[in-house]
Design a protein. Structure first.
Length: 315
């Protein structure tokens, strides 16, 4: 058997605040999916893409990424050192590096009392793990398998984690609940919704690459019959949709959330829950005020690192 060819690793060390922008930059320059892990000790985010040799010129990529980092800085986003590194590594080193940094995630909520009986109903529980993990799920625990480096979201980011907790918290066993994922990325939220029993589940994203990745992840998780991610532009969707949903997640940048708030809210059933994420903490107040004007009340919120997310109820 021929030895596997080495890989190029293009990585940038940045801040938590700059993580998403740097992921977008590396993805745009290389045409590859970027992934990140956060170092708790140094409080830095490490964003990387991996490519086979001969797929690009390291010199041209270095110039494009460096120019892109300067453009991001000029917009006022704090990137820290923004140290760019291009290195050739063995494929074995690439695989093992992800295994060190991406561990299984447990999403579990407290049992709730049923309306008619003073006893706890079963709580939804979710295990998100990479394919190499041998961790076994607990009894009645749904499993989502997702590998970093092959997708645009693995549950590690605070905003994704909040959405997963809300999907589990809102699930009422034995009832029929629908779910919509706006800006699906890797498809992790929609796949989790299917695994927890939501139906129907719909998901769409503006980026064709994200839709392809989400579709592949749906296939790997064997939920393609329940989930078919679509490539759609939120801004071009009808103001009054044909279907409304019990739970809607919109993990988008704040200016898009505000500009398209009525399109988003109109897809929510009366009494439903809207989860908004992908919002910088400094901008959350503006988002909350905008959706308050759409008759939505903030029920719960969580701030972590530079990010803040919220769950809203339609009043």
């Amino acid at each position: 058997m021929k030895p596997l060819k080495p890989l190029w690793r293009i990585s940038v060390v940045t801040t938590a605040e700059g993580e998403d922008a740097v992921c977008e930059l590396l993805g745009t320059v290389t045409g590859l999916a970027a992934a990140a892990w956060f170092d708790l000790e140094s409080q830095t985010s490490h964003v990387s893409v991996y490519a086979e040799q001969g797929k690009f010129s390291p010199i041209s990529v270095r110039k494009e990424v460096a120019a892109g980092l300067e453009r991001i800085k000029s917009c006022g986003l704090e990137l820290g050192a923004a140290r760019l590194e291009i290195a050739r590594i063995k494929r074995e080193d690439w695989a093992e590096s992800w295994k060190r940094h991406f561990q299984p995630i447990i999403i579990k909520v407290k049992p709730r009392l049923t309306p008619t009986r003073q006893r706890a109903a079963p709580a939804a529980s979710l295990l998100v793990k990479p394919s190499w993990s041998r961790r076994r799920p607990a009894k009645n625990q749904a499993v989502v398998v997702l590998d970093p480096g092959l997708s645009f979201g693995t549950g590690q980011h605070p905003t994704t984690s909040f959405c997963l907790h809300e999907i589990a918290r809102c699930r009422q066993p034995g009832s029929t609940q629908s779910f919509l994922d706006i800006g699906t990325g890797s498809g992790i939220l929609a796949i989790a919704a299917v695994k927890l029993g939501y139906t129907p589940v719909q998901a769409f994203d503006f980026d064709p690459a994200s839709v392809r990745v989400a579709g592949e992840n749906a296939r790997k998780n064997r939920v393609t019959s329940q989930l078919k991610p679509a490539c759609r532009d939120l801004t071009k969707q009808p103001m009054q949709p044909a279907r409304k949903f019990d739970l809607v997640c919109a993990n988008l940048i704040s200016n898009l959330l505000i500009a398209e708030r009525w399109r988003i809210v109109n897809r929510l059933k009366p009494g439903g829950t809207l989860v908004l994420a992908g919002i910088l903490a400094a901008e959350f107040g503006e988002v909350e005020a905008a959706f308050a004007g759409c008759r939505l009340k903030l029920r719960s919120s969580r701030a972590e690192k530079e990010w803040q997310s919220g769950a809203f109820c339609l009043t």
